[in-house]
Design a binder for this molecule. Structure first.
Ligand code: HEC
Ligand code: HEC
Ligand code: HEC
Ligand code: HEC
Ligand code: HEC
Ligand code: HEC
Length: 370
């Protein structure tokens, strides 16, 4: 019994030595200086202070998102996001391609086999600084046109810069123009200042011409042909408005009665496809009816239809407005190009009436029908 007690005592002592050596300490140091006093009654900065400048319960995000869900950007964007896999399409048809082109300073979006369609993150810098400043846009620089990359060098130095518009001093429209600019077509770009002709095969004719996004070109007065002496020189003044001031302006329909016009729907037309000008009346009707907007569109449509008829009479275009395959002179192709640019713009002079009418006139002069 005594031996067992002695043994336990020894074990306890041994353990005490082991623990003591583990926690060996030097002599205690002098006390530290006092900490800074707290500021009574005032909270420190909350970790979510940046977030709640946007993620509030005032439904701002819900409203913009609902408008955006009715835009072609969202609906068509989802349908065509597969083009994100092709470097010749991805800049304008995918989120990933747009950001690649903007970061690299090119008009090529690269290949993104897994691409996202356009979202809030495409135009805005969402979740970059995590402050409200993230509503700033990714792209506001002048747009160096894709058409400059045409392989036979007909267009060069085309640039559109939408800064300093009265409704858009910072050039937010440059974001829109970066995508809403025509795409070039290989080596078949006509040059109406020279003689000669170009053969367009029946297979490629139906897709020949400036690709859909003609608006930025018309708006900036570039991308078409006028005359035969330096025919690609910029022409016509830019309008006073910005893309935003017309396509994002609010009016009685924005989100009401299930119709979305303006705001983040970017639409100018109602469910029947008719332009809605109620937001414009404040200046253009109520303050003196300075510009008859529907009348302007109707008049320019008549001019464009006349050009279409001329092109059909010469066998250059079909009834749908597509080019017919064949060997056409530079002037004939330039006339068709101008027609397609104005047609694909879809605004019938509202984007830039002076340039629109100059293009139609020039085309009819090339055809000898003026
Ligand atoms: C500039 C405004 C803004 C700020 C600041 C902001 N967000 Fe967002 N946030 C958005 C927008 C816009 C969306 C996308 C909404 C949509 O897609 O419909 C979003 C989406 C989200 C989502 C959904 C998932 C996703 O990524 O799409 C989460 C989660 C989120 N934010 C958290 C935060 C947090 C946490 C912070 C702060 C650390 C923050 N956000 C700051 C605007 C902002
Ligand atoms: C420079 C930008 C740009 C590039 C590059 C581009 N597109 Fe587009 N595309 C647009 C714009 C802008 C529109 C819509 C214009 C409009 O509605 O007036 C559009 C519309 C379309 C449409 C019509 C959608 C519809 O149903 O109305 C198709 C199809 C299309 N693009 C296919 C392509 C393909 C395929 C490529 C690549 C070979 C391509 N695009 C490259 C800008 C571009
Ligand atoms: C096609 C480009 C584009 C897309 C996509 C887009 N926006 Fe915008 N947004 C704009 C432009 C342009 C403005 C106007 C900015 C200005 O006037 O300073 C704007 C303004 C805003 C504002 C007001 C910002 C402020 O300074 O008060 C909010 C909020 C906003 N957008 C939210 C969203 C949300 C949410 C989404 C996604 C559902 C979205 N946006 C998608 C282009 C876009
Ligand atoms: C990332 C490229 C991109 C940007 C940036 C962009 N768009 Fe678009 N936009 C498109 C494409 C592509 C389409 C056609 C979508 C589809 O059908 O797949 C389109 C469609 C549209 C349409 C509807 C055309 C139709 O036929 O229904 C309008 C209007 C429009 N954009 C205006 C704007 C405005 C205004 C801005 C700037 C605030 C802008 N876009 C910025 C690529 C862009
Ligand atoms: C805040 C006032 C105001 C509003 C609202 C307004 N405009 Fe204008 N608009 C102007 C001014 C100012 C001019 C320049 C007039 C001039 O040069 O004689 C102008 C010019 C125009 C022009 C001639 C070309 C150009 O861009 O300069 C067109 C087309 C036009 N507006 C269309 C519209 C449309 C469409 C809307 C509605 C979506 C609209 N405006 C809303 C003030 C306004
Ligand atoms: C002065 C007002 C005004 C300005 C500025 C303006 N637009 Fe338009 N836009 C219109 C009107 C009106 C239409 C014809 C109605 C329609 O089809 O949406 C139109 C048509 C369009 C279309 C074809 C829509 C469709 O459904 O086929 C696109 C895309 C477009 N504009 C983009 C732009 C871009 C990008 C800018 C800036 C470079 C711009 N617009 C500047 C008024 C304007």
């Amino acid at each position: 019994m005594k031996k067992l007690k002695q043994f336990i005592w020894l074990v306890v002592m041994a353990l005490a030595v082991v623990f003591a050596s583990c926690t060996k300490e030097g002599p205690q140091g002098p006390p530290g200086s006092d900490g800074t006093n707290g500021t009574d009654g005032i909270n420190g900065v909350d970790g979510t202070a940046g977030c709640i400048t946007c993620h509030t319960n005032d439904s701002e995000l819900a409203i913009k998102s609902a408008q955006f869900a009715h835009s072609t950007h969202f609906i068509g964007g989802q349908e065509h996001v597969g083009y994100g896999g092709r470097s010749s399409c991805s800049m304008c048809h995918s989120h990933n391609g747009f950001l690649t082109a903007v970061t690299d300073g090119t008009n090529s979006g690269g290949e993104h086999p897994e691409a996202a369609s356009m979202s809030c993150y495409t135009c805005h810098q969402i979740h970059t600084s995590y402050t409200r400043d993230d509503y700033g846009l990714h792209y506001t620089d002048a747009v160096d046109f894709y058409l400059n990359e045409n392989d036979n060098g007909v267009f060069a130095g085309l640039e559109v810069d939408a800064t300093n518009q009265y409704s858009d001093p910072d050039g937010l429209s440059n974001t829109c123009i970066k995508c809403h600019q025509p795409r070039h077509r290989g080596t078949s770009q006509p040059d109406p200042s020279v003689e000669g002709s170009i053969e367009i095969s029946a297979g490629s004719a139906a897709h020949w011409g400036p690709h859909y996004g003609a608006q930025g070109a018309i708006f900036g007065g570039v991308g078409g042909y006028i005359g035969t002496d330096n025919p690609t020189a910029p022409s016509g003044t830019k309008g006073h408005h910005s893309c935003k001031s017309c396509h994002m302006s609010f009016n009685a329909l924005t989100g009401n009665y299930g119709e979305y016009v303006g705001g983040h729907s970017f639409k100018m037309t109602d469910a029947d496809g008719l332009p809605v000008f109620t937001a414009c009346d404040e200046c253009h009707t109520d303050r003196g009816a300075t510009i008859d907007l529907p009348g302007k569109m109707a008049a320019n449509k008549i001019l464009l239809d006349a050009l279409h008829a001329d092109l059909m009479a010469a066998g250059i275009a079909d009834a749908d407005g597509h080019l017919v395959g064949g060997t056409w002179t530079n002037q004939q192709l330039a006339a068709y190009w101008n027609f397609a640019l104005v047609k694909n713009d879809h605004s019938y002079g509202i984007h830039n009436e002076e340039y629109t009418q100059s293009l139609i006139n020039a085309a009819r002069t090339y055809l000898g029908t003026n």
